[in-house]
Design a protein around this ligand. Sequence first.
Ligand code: BG6
Length: 518
Amino acid sequence: MNTNQPLESLKTSGAVFFIFGATGDLARRKLFPAIYSLYREGKLAQDFAVVGLARRPRTREEFRLDVHTSIQEFCRYSSDSIEDEEWLTFAEHFEYQSLDINNVDGFRELCVLTEELETKFNIPGNRMFYLALAPELFGSVSYNLKEGGLLESAGWHRLVIEKPFGYDLASAEKLNEQIREVFREEEIYRIDHYLGKEMVQNIEVIRFGNAFFEPLWNNKHIANIQITLGETVGVEDRGGYYDSAGALRDMGQNHMLQMLTMIAMEPPSRLLPEDIRDEKVKVLRSLRPYATSDDVKNNVVRGQYTAGEVRGTELPGYRQEEKVDPNSNTETYFAARVFVDNFRWAGVPFYIRTGKRLPVKTTEVVVEFKSMPTNVYLGQKHKLEPNLLVIRVNPMEGIYIKINAKKPGTDSQIEPLAMDFCQSCMIGINSPEAYERLIHDATKGDSTYFTRWDEVATAWSFVDRIAAAWAENSGDIETYPAGSWGPKATEDLLAKDGYFWWPVNGQDEDNVVWIKNH
Ligand code: BG6
């Protein structure tokens, strides 16, 4: 597949989808519902099959029932009843095979089953291997796919893999080498599900499709940019994984930096996957590295939640969570002041923060424009607030812009006005889930919203410096009560530049007049 073809020419083609980890949480919550939505929207015709793979024995009927239950629970389309003709036609495409991924014989059996399915559904040999598995297993699965003959069909072969892609640069390189022994880079689709989110994809359109914003998108007009990825949940049942990862690796290296690249990248010369990814990687290369431990101390905050109370419910501290070391120094929160050292962004701080057990579930980007001069005309008499462009990614999807306007009927009072457009609140809008887009894109061979190896590696180099400085001072972690906005030091990060975190979702902005479509 030549990924430099214009995207319009990349048509969805029938394929067999292999879901490794088919009895796991990701398959249940995201993958089966995504496949069903694509089917309901006609993006999958009848020339497809799904093979669920996991160690656990399961009959085909049990598996189909699992798929039905998952769709009922998590899909944005309600499923047909299990006896309906339509459901039976869809379910007919699902098969299950119990597989020990270290045993190549199982892969040979899988190859036979696949050829049967390809004949039955008239699929032209296209195969997508989705590894919803721990990364340690990626290497052996890839190797056995090849040994088992699964890469010998006439169509395309694509490997879709989930994060975490490594623990640091060294382990990511090792992982990459193992996979690359079998698959070419253009056959590898590394998922960062934030790139599948409607509003993250919309950033490009807002930036490059509007004369309002494009000319202002630089250090002459923008004062700072704030990116918040807040979660109300704790570590749930993932304490084991999370305690060895922490917020920096779980959210920072991937989702956070990917969003930053979408905000900061130059316009690509062509709308092609590789051109867009080239621009993103240039941003990552321009990130100013933290040269010393003191740099890290002065620019990065790490925190861990302690017990707290949210809306009358008592919540445990991180160290009391299941499968977490009671003396753990793993961060559940991090914030950083980051600079992109290129001509466009020189001198503009990007403040990024993410954490578990914050007061609100939200993903939001605030672009704060430079203030009007205070010593001329209106600025002499009035306190003019800076203009904001706020991109709401999740759970609300939309944007709002904040401007200054005259208060009607008064002589000369000025007040901030926010024009708030919530696209997900509109009746009839049912945005596709990130996984739907990403599976659909991978099927079409469109790798735009997947991370390329050089992006992953450059992001790790940046993050590794922070992790190394933290490792030197491992006891040096701040705390915050569950349900609060993180350690106090996060406020100081902005205060020393004369800024503050804007309230998320415009909450508490009482002085603002809101004009909303919701
Ligand atoms: C995952 C992280 O990648 O993203 C989780 O591993 C986190 O810890 C999740 O909860 C957040 O995703 P979303 O789409 O709910 O914001």
